[in-house]
Design a protein around this ligand. Sequence first.
Ligand SMILES: [Zn+2]
Length: 405
Amino acid sequence: MNNCFIKLFQLQEFHVEDSKLEGKIMIITVRPKTNGVRCKDCGKYITTVNRYPKPRKVKHMFWQGNLIMLSIKTRAFFCWQCQKKDRRRHITIDRLKSVPPHRNYSLVYADQIMKGLGSTSFKTQQELAESSFATISKLLSERIDPFIGVWPEETIVAIGLDCHSFSGMKMLPTITDLTNHRLISILPDDRRTTVERFLKNIPADKKGKITEVCIDMSRDYFQTITRELPQAKIVVDAFHVIADANRRITELRTAIQKRDKVSLPKRLFDKPKEHLKPNERVSLNEINRAYPELLGLWRFKEELRRIYKIPNNTLAEISFSSMAKRMKLSKHESVKHWLRTLMRWRKEILAYFDNFTTNGYTEGVNTKLKTIKRLSYGFRNIDNYIRKAMLAFLPISLLLSHYLT
Ligand SMILES: [Zn+2]
C-alpha cells in the first residue's frame, strides 16, 4: 500500500493488507508492524506467536462522509522464559500505540471528535462520527478531568479563581492561568472541599512556582488556598473591591430612597467621577449635599479608585493608610463598616501593587462561558458542560499532549 494512503489515514503503526468499501463504511485490514511485544509478566521481548485472536474492529476516522473502520489482526504471543519458571502459559496480546486497550475506537478517531467538539454541538459530532452520545461524552470525560485541569507547559506565576453561574443558583469556580491567559479548569461546584481537591492535584512542578492567587473578597477559599499554596500571595481582585464599594453605596442609596421617598439615580454613583457629564456632576453634588453619609462613601470609593492607579506599591500603601485613617474618623456607620472590611483585606488589597494582577482575564472567560451556554441549547449535564466549555478554550495541541503524556 502506498505511503500517501498510510499517511492520510494515519496508519503508520500498521502494515495495510486490504481495504474494502461496504456502503458508507470503509474497512481497512491491518496488522501491527512490530515483530513481537514485551511479555506482560517478565518484560522480555517475545516473538513466538501463540495464536491469532479474532481481528479487532475499531472506528478509526470519519472521512468525506465515510466512516473508516480498522480490522486489526492482533497476535497473542507466548513467553518461553516465563513458562520455564512456573509451567504456565504466559500470553501477551499486541499492544498498540494508536488504539487504546478495551476501546472500540482509535486515538485518531478520538482526536477528530475532540477537535470538532470545540466548535460544534454534540449532535453534529454524533452524526458525523456515527457515534452515540454516550461514546462522545465518555471520550470527553476521559480526556478532561476538571479536578486536574489542563496545565500549559509554560511557567505559571499567577492563577485566578472566580465563580460564574450555571443554571440559576449553581455557582461554578473558574480557574485560570493569569500569566499565560489560559483556562485551567471549571470545577463542578463551589464547595470548599471541591476547591481543595483541585488545589491538592496541582502538578508539583507547577505548584511551587505559583506566587499569586487572585480571588474576590470572599473568605470561602482563603484558608484552603493558604494551606495548599503556602508560598503564594493572595491578591484580591481590584474590580471586586470597587464593585463591593458600589454595592455598599447602592444599599445606602436605596435605603434613603425608601425612607425619604426621593429618587437618587444609580448611574450617578456607579460612574467613575471623571466620566460624569457636567450636568450629572451638578445633580450628584446636590444629592451629596443633602446626604453627607452617601457623600462620604462615594468620596472614599473615588479615593480608592485613585489609589488603584498608583504605579508603585510603597506609595499605594501610604495612600491606603492615610485614607483608612480618615475613614476611621468618619462618624458614618456605613463608612466604618466598609473600613472594617477593607482592613480585613488590607494585605490582599495591597498585594495587587506588586505585579498589578487582576482577575480581568478570568472575568473575560466567564463572559465567554455565558455565550457558550446560550449557544449550546442549555446543558442539563454539568459534567458535559464543563468539559465542552473547557474544550472551547483549549488549544487542541495542549489537550492532546496533556492526554498522551
Ligand atoms: Zn515472560
